[in-house]
Write a protein that binds this ligand. Structure first.
Ligand SMILES: [Zn+2]
Length: 308
């Protein structure tokens, strides 16, 4: 896809004076020095390159809403801008070419009408692109998902081990291994309907990944706070029923069944024990339990103060 406004605000050396172009819909003045390399008879030669006037390309006015702006350069955030294109590209390809992963998008309006990813961009379209709404009712419009994920399940990329452990501590089904490759993550996301959590925007461009979220925060606890808020998961928090080690479910177990794996002191001071049904790891409410309880409280109340 050709981009014609890559020289925003900069005059092309040798450009004919007084040549201005402006989007007829949004009056985007950044397009005043349009250019396009082209080898067509009758075009204008500048610095030995062949330039065609911008207006020979189709244009559409595009605006991204809310956190989708995080993916855009500052000059395009929270405002309408003009996008130039050839042919009739699918809106999904246009959105990704502009830097926004399709997994972040839940609603697209073309000229006020909701459309799906296969919609082909037309000249003079007005496009509005909205992020995934988890908490708002927009059921009268076309969501881009066939149906919402009923149970919120995650798969995290290989850099997010600590984040996965915290999500498991809160009870969320969170797959993580430090040796997953991108294709394995895409497979598991597709077959098990998992939301991909990542700091890698490239991973979210996989076609098979229909639900994904690019984490803005870089620290694990802040990332979990972000996920809780973004997907409105507070009511689904169920602490201490999932193994931090392997994501398996943990069950109460009698001390007799795990006694041989406990230190004498642990047997003496604690009466309640739990065991992972997958990896057999044993848990009890030791000093780490109090720390984890405080972490959970901090996460639930994170809007009242910053997390470290
Ligand atoms: Zn386990």
């Amino acid at each position: 896809m050709a981009e014609s406004d890559g020289l925003n605000g900069r005059r092309i050396s040798g450009a004919p004076p007084g040549v201005f172009f402006m989007c007829v819909q949004c009056r985007d003045s950044r397009l005043q020095f349009p250019y396009r390399r082209y080898s067509t008879p009758g075009s204008i030669a500048i610095n030995s390159q062949i330039i065609l006037p911008f207006m020979t390309q189709k244009q559409a006015c595009v605006r991204f809403y809310e956190e989708l702006n995080d993916f855009l350069p500052a000059s395009r955030r929270k405002k309408q801008f003009c996008h130039s294109f050839d042919g009739s590209p699918a809106i999904k390809d246009v959105i990704e070419a502009l830097g926004v992963p399709h997994t972040e998008v839940d609603l697209i309006l073309a000229n006020g009408v909701s459309v799906d990813f296969s919609y082909q961009l037309q000249a003079d379209d007005r496009i509005a692109v909205y992020p995934v709404f988890e908490a708002l009712d927009i059921s009268s419009l076309v969501h881009l998902r066939e149906k919402p994920l009923r149970r919120t399940r995650f798969i995290l990329d290989v850099h997010l081990g600590k984040t996965a452990r915290i999500l498991r501590m809160l009870g969320f089904d969170s797959l993580y291994r430090n040796d997953y490759d991108d294709h394995e993550i895409a497979d598991l996301a597709e077959t098990e309907q998992r939301i991909v959590l990542t700091r890698d925007r490239g991973l979210l461009k996989f076609k098979r990944i229909t639900r994904g979220y690019w984490l803005r925060a870089t620290k694990p606890r802040q990332q979990v706070a972000e996920v809780l808020s973004r997907f409105d998961l507070y009511s689904q928090i169920a602490p201490f029923h999932r193994c931090l080690n392997c994501n398996g479910l943990i069950q109460p177990v009698t001390v007799d069944r795990v006694a041989e794996r406990l230190l004498p002191r642990t047997k003496r001071y604690y009466q309640e024990f739990f065991q992972c049904s997958s990896c057999d790891r044993v848990y009890w409410k030791g000093s780490h339990f109090t720390t984890m309880q405080q972490t959970i409280l901090d996460l639930v109340n994170h809007n009242k103060g910053p997390l470290d």
